[in-house]
Design a protein around this ligand. Structure first.
Ligand SMILES: *Cc1c(COP(=O)(O)O)cnc(C)c1O
Length: 433
């Protein structure tokens, strides 16, 4: 009771003045003040380990010093802050660096578009362009997909609760089973193709397919390489554009800069946001094959496309990708996380956990209700981690990619203790129903 009063006291201003729409502050009821690397501190001086990383917007950690230095220098020199889509030195540097460090070494040839600085805006621009280029209306998306909260992006999102917020029909889309949705033994690519090739299926050919290589919000479901390659082939055969939504899985979350690069597919369009700005600053990109760049000037506009502060930190963030070292580092940490999760699941068989994901986007799926309890208990003990999935059934581990071993091990230890304590509770319930 005392605790409850304290929490409501501490967050009174937010409860009184801010809309009910706020959500994360309900799972993590602290008032945060300061952050560095993988740690946050609240106004009372309590520290927290961050296994949430701004939902993937803080892959390089909080306030990374090398980016901060460049940002401060730029501010002090009165560098351009806002520029619509006018040419600036900061943007030129980002474009050049992105081409030199990311695109060229991967043999990728994309034109770069700056939509409004959010993931959903990148998705909207990709959907618009795909429809314009192909002259088709439908977009194919997948079960449990998440692509953003504006109407076009919501229309290709699976979650019923989020969809119903639209208040209007969400149409011109087609939801198909993601890899594994129909069970491990069913290849949903064959199932999808049966609709596309059959003139009696009642389905008109889609303009594009939008896909996440790993569904971060939808329950940490990873598509296999074979499935992604199959999907890319399907796109070729039926003249559909392939859009990879790399808003959350890009910038190294799964180990490589782009989440698709290891399996050799080359999407027609790529959506990026979240960590592309490097410092948690708003920024988004839509990459398109040059022949698709049929935009008229100003056809997808936006006031905040020229967030030059983000261009400064985004260019600096690319330093991480100069060599393979960062990818290797992520892989090593991913293995450490995976081993820890497998060990936890094995030691509490009564919770029937299933380890999911890859890179530094991993988690454990439980029966509904358990993951939320783990998240709440972990927060009390100084670890921030979110749930994922339509029923919040997965506990999600997504620390900054730059987290050090000590931080990772400490966070995993808290997680393990919480899961063990919750298992004790569950066992008590089972033995004393
Ligand atoms: C977060 C996210 C979005 C939406 O990004 P916003 O910046 O919140 O609009 C779109 N797609 C994926 C895969 C995401 O994770």
């Amino acid at each position: 009771m005392n605790d409850l009063i304290q929490v409501s006291d501490r967050l009174q201003v937010f409860g009184n003045l801010e809309s009910n729409v706020r959500s994360y502050c309900r799972s993590f009821p602290a008032k945060f003040k300061r952050a560095s690397g993988h740690q946050l501190w609240d106004a009372e001086g309590r520290s927290y380990i961050d296994f949430f990383a701004g939902a993937g917007a803080l892959n390089y950690g909080h306030n990374p010093p090398e980016m901060k230095k460049k940002l401060i220098k730029y501010l002090v020199e009165d560098g351009i802050s806002h520029s619509l889509d006018m040419a600036t030195e900061a943007k030129e540097r980002f474009l050049t660096r992105f081409n030199d460090v990311i695109l060229k070494p991967r043999g990728l040839n994309y034109k770069i578009m700056f939509p409004g600085p959010t993931g959903t805006n990148s998705v909207e621009s990709a959907l618009k362009l795909a429809r314009k280029v192909t002259g088709r209306q439908t977009i194919m998306s997948f079960t449990n997909a998440f692509h953003g909260m504006t109407l076009g992006a919501l229309a290709v999102t699976g979650n019923k609760f989020k969809r119903s917020g639209a208040g209007v029909p969400l149409n011109h889309t087609l939801s198909m089973p993601y890899d594994g949705y129909m069970g491990r033994d069913v290849n949903s690519i064959d199932y999808i193709e049966s609709f596309l090739k059959d003139s009696g299926s009642g389905i008109s050919l889609p303009a594009a397919v939008i896909v996440e290589t790993l569904q971060g919000e939808g329950g940490i479901n990873a598509a296999s390489d074979e499935w992604l390659i199959g999907l890319a082939n399907l796109c070729q055969t039926y003249g559909m554009l392939l859009i990879v939504d790399d808003v959350q899985m890009g910038c190294g979350r799964t180990g490589t800069f782009f989440s698709f690069e290891h399996c050799g597919i080359v999407p027609d369009l790529v959506c990026m946001s979240k960590s592309i700005g490097g410092y948690g600053l708003p920024m988004a990109l839509t990459l398109m094959k040059p022949e698709l760049d049929l935009w008229e000037p100003g056809e997808h506009n936006g006031t905040f496309r020229g967030n030059n502060l983000a261009f400064i930190t985004a260019a600096a963030a690319l330093d991480y990708w100069e060599s393979q070292a960062f990818s290797h580092e992520i892989e090593e940490k991913a293995e450490l996380v995976c081993n820890a999760l497998v060990e936890i699941v094995a030691s509490v068989p009564e919770l029937k956990g299933e380890v999911k994901g890859k890179g530094l986007m991993q988690g454990i799926a439980f029966e509904a209700g358990i993951a939320e309890k783990i998240s709440a208990l972990a927060f009390e003990r100084g670890l921030i981690l979110e749930t994922s999935g339509t029923d919040s059934e997965v506990i999600k581990i997504m620390p900054p990619l730059t987290i050090d071993r000590t931080g990772l091990v400490s966070g995993l230890q808290i997680l393990k203790d919480c899961i063990f304590d919750i298992a004790v509770d569950v066992n008590l319930l089972v033995s004393h129903p």
